[in-house]
Design a protein around this ligand. Structure first.
Ligand code: BGC
Length: 865
């Protein structure tokens, strides 16, 4: 199906695409089916195809390099976007990402991730929208529409059953047919059918016995039943079987080149040559690659007449002759740090913040009580917690982008003009963090000695092959060193910097990576070590949480010391492709007891306190699951002591997915703020001070404890979804368990009365039923409410959840204003999967509407069948 608002020009019909395929030799065709490198497809001038670039996604558009100098707008995490329950806003974020993609030469974004939050332990929950398939589908479709309406392709991933990380490359996920259809496939189906996604990524894992790159679901369901005409690419290195992957409907094996990665290239040529794989299948794959290219403007609309092949076939795009008509659309492109981008990201972050509790402390006043001795008129605010100073604005793993800047909560509250004093409280990092300002400086002899380091690339003979100045302390190369301007083989790297002490004491300095590293401090060797991972480690874990070695260094206040890390590139397990080095630094700090006592004393002496707690990249990232939902380190103890010291304390949670909050009932206010993107801190100040409404509602159930949550741990390579349909609120309802905060919950700064519900015919052309809900803003300020409609089926002959989300809409209203909102409930919302097809059980369904899954004051019924 063609989305109506595609702006990439005319998409050649099947016959024209096949005519182009007909111009190519088998070698040329097979070459197209594996990436040219880590991120791009091969060009093929004879078919009019230019190099087509893919990029992660979903928190921004990273582009082709893993380099902080190549910055990208960092949008709030998927959980934050889903928490807006606002399809229009998410579509606008998709359009912002499309502009970013074009700015960075990217044609297809590897996003959105629409796997479900089967369990909060899953390491990548932050990157997925919700535990609910309807919310996931609606938000995901909006994200896809925003991208594609601007001519940039979306890749819906990871198809399917990649709902946790443990053994993700090999695990076989067992899901019963009905659960697969009603929960895990549902977002893919809706997005493929309704939003017309142009690409789908086949997951690493298997489902019910077949690895997803060769699963019958590709041909039978995706292409057959859903009529999908887009491209299926493998997750990175997921394709492993030459013939089975070719036959199953996988079109593109990523990454490339085929000489290093993937099962195709020469092996596929041989397989076709000996008749084991039909050439017609290869043609079909190339057609789908060309169709994707046409959609994103990477396919010339007219071809040069057939003739002798061009002398240099890899460098003649656009082909000489008529200009390509399917050029990418003209998009107004702003820099990632422009005012317009900042404003959009700031409002989007605030729109996803969930105010889970507020006894009236929020919004905070800008001015403190004038009558308290020693305090001035401006509010004296204690800002506490490790994440207040270094916030997480995105999750770890392939979703990583390098924002041009990030605003921490501390900066945001300072920017707002409050009188702010900071105390870290505790250390939440269990390992040394990356070295950073104000301690990390480029070497003295470099003219621009700002924050960062100099990297030198050395050849086998020790000659300098190149050097560069970097802004941070984390360096990673995934496909050679060309992004650093070095094309010769590199045998050794040197990272050179100066560490300057702010206070006297013991600094921990160290290195994280894989392979051999030598650390020199002030010319003396601190260590020479080889860092290795256990055999079966996930590549993402290897890159995100590589092993580390630290060494203590005593420094006087103001003392500077030269630091050099030498790395033997050939000792890296990725030798020939790239490598990684991170320089780590932990400045002197008190014991947790001392830091907690100092934070509590600061809170006691302030008008109010804001404690920002959260996760770290060590516990919440791609590549591994969480083993506990508790906050890392002694953050719970910190919160308890600050609450005791000053009851006017707001706790802000900076995590991508639920963490346990055992003190929540004692806090005056709890704000769940996700990974908020680069404008996080300013958005936080807007909401805490009441300039902006906290717009979010929970896209998942927030657990009170770890009781009853599904496990991510396979048994003998198999992960069985024993809980079936009962994940998230469906499980809590069935078991009668109380979560800490229910699905859909969240309050704002006004109050609402939900007054009436009626049913109506849907507008012409739509099937289903329209639910009209009337509600009134009964508070004293303008606000936003998300009206949610759940269905249930009393006395059903079919096993079902007690209720399930069927539709929702966000409304804004002034004080006293009454508004009516129409919510379309599609027919599918009432259907269940029988094993053979979708069926509606005849009889009475109840529709309940209200502000959350646990507060549904309005009900009506509908007779079906
Ligand atoms: C992830 C994908 C990602 C790809 C490329 C994989 O490990 O699972 O989501 O798009 O890497 O970075």
């Amino acid at each position: 199906m063609e989305p109506v608002d595609t702006v990439t020009g005319v998409i050649p019909d099947e016959a024209e695409l096949r005519r182009r395929v007909g111009r190519l030799s088998l070698e040329q065709k097979v070459r197209l089916l594996t990436g040219q490198d880590f991120w791009a497809l091969h060009e093929e001038p004879e078919a009019g195809l230019r190099r087509l670039v893919l990029s992660d996604g979903p928190a921004g558009v990273r582009g082709e390099s893993w380099d902080e100098r190549d910055s990208s707008a960092n949008v709030p995490s998927a959980t934050a976007l889903a928490a807006t329950w606002d399809t229009g806003r998410v579509e606008a974020i998709g359009m912002l990402l499309a502009r970013e993609a074009r700015r960075k030469g990217v044609d297809v974004l590897l996003a959105p991730t629409v796997n479900l939050h089967r369990t909060p332990y899953a390491g990548r929950c932050f990157e997925c929208f919700s535990e609910d398939p309807v919310l996931t589908a609606r938000i995901g479709a909006s994200y896809v529409r925003g991208l594609q309406r601007s001519g940039v392709g979306a890749t819906v991933k990871h198809f399917v059953g990649n709902d946790s990380e443990t053994q993700r490359m090999t695990v076989d996920v067992r899901i019963d047919d009905r659960t697969l259809r009603e929960l895990y496939l549902a977002p893919f189906e809706a997005i493929v059918r309704d939003a017309g996604a142009w690409a789908v990524m086949a997951a690493y894992n298997g489902v019910n016995g077949s690895p997803m790159t060769r699963s019958p679901l590709l041909r039978d369901l995706l292409h057959g039943e859903w009529g999908y005409d887009g491209l299926v690419m493998s997750d990175w290195t997921a394709a492993r079987d030459t013939e089975a992957d070719a036959e199953a409907g996988l079109d593109l094996a990523m990454p490339g080149p085929a000489s290093v990665y993937g099962p195709w290239g020469e092996a596929l040529l041989d397989a076709v040559g000996k008749g084991a794989v039909d050439e017609a299948l290869i043609d079909d794959k190339v057609v789908r690659i060309l169709r994707l290219a046409a959609r994103v403007g990477a396919l010339a609309q007219t071809l040069t007449p057939p003739g002798p092949p061009p002398a240099a076939p890899t460098s003649t795009f656009p082909p000489p002759g008529p200009p390509p008509a399917a050029a990418p659309p003209e998009l107004a492109v702003e820099a990632a740090d422009s005012v317009a981008v900042a404003q959009e990201l700031r409002t989007a972050a605030a729109a996803g913040f969930v105010l889970a509790r507020n006894d009236g402390l929020l919004p905070l006043p800008r001015y403190g009580p004038a009558d308290r001795p020693g305090l001035g008129r401006r509010l004296h605010l204690a800002v506490i917690g490790p994440n207040a100073e270094v916030a997480r604005t995105m999750g770890g793993g392939s979703a990583t982008v390098f924002p041009p800047y990030t605003i921490s909560p501390l900066e945001g509250l300072r920017n707002a003009g409050l009188h702010v004093t900071y105390a870290p409280g505790v250390t939440s990092h269990l390992r040394g963090g990356a070295a950073r300002a104000p301690w990390l400086l480029r070497p003295d002899r470099v003219a621009d000695a700002g924050t960062g380091a100099e990297i030198r690339f050395l050849s086998q003979t020790g000659e300098l092959a190149g050097s560069e100045l970097r802004d941070g302390a984390t360096f990673m190369w995934l496909s050679g060193f060309a992004t650093s301007g070095v094309t010769e083989p590199v045998a050794r790297l040197e990272v050179r910097c100066v560490i300057r002490a702010t206070v006297a004491g013991e600094y921990q300095l160290g290195v994280s990576g894989l392979g051999r590293y030598r650390l020199l401090v002030g010319g003396a060797e601190a260590f020479d070590t080889t860092l290795t991972l256990p055999e079966d480690s996930d590549i993402a874990e290897a890159l995100m949480r590589p092993p580390q070695q630290m060494a203590p260094v005593q420094l006087a206040a103001g003392q500077s010391v030269d630091v050099v890390v030498e790395h033997d590139v050939e000792s890296s397990p990725f030798t020939g492709l790239g490598t990684l080095v991170q320089l780590n630094l932990v400045p002197p700090h008190g014991t947790d007891e001392e830091e907690i006592a100092a934070a509590a004393a600061l809170a006691a002496a302030s008008d109010a306190a804001v404690v920002v707690v959260g996760t770290t990249a060590e516990v919440e990232s791609e590549g591994f699951d969480r083993t506990t939902l508790a906050l890392p380190g002694r953050q719970d103890e910190l919160v308890r002591q600050v609450l005791a010291a000053n009851p006017r304390t707001v706790v802000v949670v900076n995590s991508g997915a639920p963490v346990l909050l055992p003190w929540a009932q004692d806090a005056a206010a709890v704000l769940l703020s996700w990974f908020g993107g680069q404008e996080y801190g300013d958005a936080l100040a807007d909401v805490l001070l009441g300039d902006v409404e906290p717009g979010g509602r929970l896209p998942m159930t927030w657990p009170a404890s770890e009781e009853g949550l599904p496990s991510t741990q396979p048994v003998n390579g198999v992960l069985t979804y024993h809980e079936g349909l009962f994940i998230g609120y469906r499980a809590y309802d069935r078991d009668g368990r109380e979560p800490l905060f229910p699905f859909g919950h969240g309050t704002g700064y006004t109050t609402w009365a939900h007054e009436s519900v009626t049913l109506d015919q849907p507008s012409a052309g739509a099937s289903g039923v329209a639910v009209c809900v009337q509600l009134r803003n009964t508070g004293s300020r303008r606000g936003r409410e998300v009206v949610q409609v759940y269905a249930s089926r009393p006395d059903s002959a079919v096993e079902r959840p007690a209720k399930w989300l069927t539709g929702f809409a966000a409304v804004d209203a002034d004080p006293g204003e009454s508004v009516t909102v129409g919510i379309l409930i599609p027919e599918r919302a009432f259907q269940h999967w029988t094993g053979d097809g979708w069926s509606t059980e005849p009889g009475t369904f109840v529709l309940a509407a209200g502000p959350s899954s646990a507060a549904l004051p309005l009900t009506t019924t509908i007779e079906l069948g």
